[in-house]
Design a binder for this molecule. Structure first.
Ligand SMILES: Cc1cc2nc3c(=O)[nH]c(=O)nc-3n(C[C@H](O)[C@H](O)[C@H](O)COP(=O)(O)OP(=O)(O)OC[C@H]3O[C@@H](n4cnc5c(N)ncnc54)[C@H](O)[C@@H]3O)c2cc1C
Length: 440
């Protein structure tokens, strides 16, 4: 397969780069280049003038039906895994809010799901990876063999090499359905109390209304979920207990003009969402698709933010820094910077590991359309995040300054040194890693 030119942007639609794309066994004659999966990172972590795309490498190589270990090429998507394995009573151990991500991208960002408080990150469920380094050598890396490389690569944003294959432990299920409880919370304090009181639930996520004023600040709908057992399914679902998700998708047809998503429409959306769930608490049985992937139903929903693009600002603060969380939400409100989607989750204890994002505490993710005043506003949020001992997620980032990375990721400097020792020519670079001075 010969390389081809392509205009490429990731999920935030910015930046747009003219890239030379390599696939399969083809590699650029020299760096810098970066691996790319499904481009579901929001900013510039998978952007570069030369890209190796994993889209042509998506074969399933082996599956052990006794242990549930799947071995596959790194371009295989979570969507493809669910289509194949839900009917065989296996599910993903950790999944993000979209199933359109590749195994390689999931490992390189060390993604988390709604179950981090009990089940950790994606890499915690990976037995080994095959990694191709700058010399073209393929190294099997696990917790036993080439351990340091395994750890550097988990959350290492593609900067250690190309992940070629992944061995993933799947999770056994009895049905494709989720027992869902939704709880309406009046404000931030109640939201946090309810999240902590329901930590024994496997999956937990709160959709927050960031613009609600005064005592209602941080009101939310908390969604909790457990995989339903076979004997918990009503008669009507019994013959489709292991039905995978539909492959049909409606596409958002065009980019919305910038003014369509002003703070008024965000306020209205949040208000409606909040009041749709009238009872204080509601129990339902839902398919895994709307529970885990409510946004996947509409393809290209990122066009809602207009052609200029958007970014997602996701940070984590330690559990005792609730006042920091309050200050950040107050700052968003004061600036009228509504986020169409604001999601709050709980992270459980997590060992520090180079550039891996999660650490114990609360994580909040918000989308903001790009605009000239956005950088000033996000710098204010950066200052609050730093002051309260937090950090920002690299796979969502588009503009973090290098000082912020070094101040908030205690092993960032070690990471920088290690990748330099491994590859003095710095073959693997993204626009993000260059912006963050990771190759000095
Ligand atoms: C709607 C939506 C919801 C999301 N929800 C969550 C969530 O709940 N939790 C969460 O953690 N993330 C979430 N994400 C982010 C997403 O899970 C990550 O950005 C993920 O890495 C994307 O995978 P990808 O295959 O698209 O990788 P890309 O976006 O293509 O690349 C992401 C990074 O992985 C590297 N990479 C990709 N493939 C390889 C490879 N084969 N070898 C080496 N490096 C590689 C790239 O260099 C880049 O640094 C969400 C994204 C979207 C769009």
């Amino acid at each position: 397969m010969s390389p081809f030119k392509q205009s490429i942007s990731n999920w935030g639609n910015y930046p747009l780069t003219e890239s030379l794309v390599y696939q399969g066994k083809e590699r650029p004659a020299s760096g810098p280049y970066i691996a790319r999966g499904m481009g579901r990172c929001y900013g510039d972590s998978a952007s570069q003038a030369q890209i190796w795309s994993s889209r042509a490498n998506r074969c399933m190589l082996d599956f052990d039906s006794n242990t549930g270990v799947l071995t596959a090429e790194a371009g295989l998507t979570l969507d493809e895994i669910l289509q194949t394995f839900v009917p065989r009573a296996w599910f993903l151990p950790v999944t993000p809010g979209t199933k359109f991500v590749s195994l390689g991208g999931a490992f390189a960002s060390d993604i988390h799901g709604k179950n981090h408080h009990g089940n950790g990150c994606f890499s915690d469920h990976v037995l080994w990876i095959d990694l191709e380094n700058a010399e073209g050598e393929v190294l099997r890396c696990s917790r036993e063999k080439n351990q340091e490389l395994f750890e550097l690569t988990a959350g290492g944003m593609g900067l250690t090499g190309i992940i070629l294959r992944v061995a993933l432990q799947l999770h056994p299920i009895e049905t494709a359905y989720i027992k869902q409880r939704s709880i309406r919370c009046r404000n931030l304090q109640e939201t946090l109390e309810q999240i902590l009181a329901h930590q024994h639930w496997t999956h937990s996520v709160a959709w927050i209304d960031c613009l609600a004023p005064g005592k209602a600040m941080g009101r939310s709908i908390l969604l909790l979920g457990e995989h339903a057992k076979a004997n918990e399914l009503p008669e009507k679902y019994q013959n489709q207990a292991l039905k995978p998700h539909s492959t049909q998708q409606k596409n958002f047809p065009f980019f919305l003009p910038g003014f369509a998503l002003n703070s008024f429409s965000v306020k209205t959306f949040n208000f409606l969402y909040y009041h749709k769930h009238l009872p204080k608490q509601k129990e339902q049985l839902v398919h895994y698709e709307p529970f885990f992937y409510p946004l996947d139903a509409i393809g290209h929903w990122n066009r809602i933010y207009g052609k200029r693009g958007f970014t997602q600002y996701q940070f984590v603060l330690p559990p005792d820094q609730v006042d920091g969380l309050i200050k950040i939400i107050e700052t968003i409100r004061a600036h009228g910077m509504g986020s169409f989607l604001t999601v709050l989750k709980l992270f459980g204890p997590q060992k520090e590991n180079y550039l891996r994002f999660p650490k114990e505490g609360f994580t909040l993710a918000m989308d903001f359309p790009l605009s000239p005043k956005l950088e000033g506003f996000l710098s204010q949020l950066d200052a609050l995040v730093l002051k309260h001992g937090g950090r920002v997620y690299l796979t969502k980032d588009l503009r973090m300054p290098p000082e912020m990375l070094m101040a908030s990721y205690p092993q960032a400097e070690q990471f920088r040194q290690k990748i330099k020792e491994m590859d003095s020519k710095a073959t693997f670079q993204s626009l993000q890693s260059q912006r963050l001075d990771l190759h000095l």
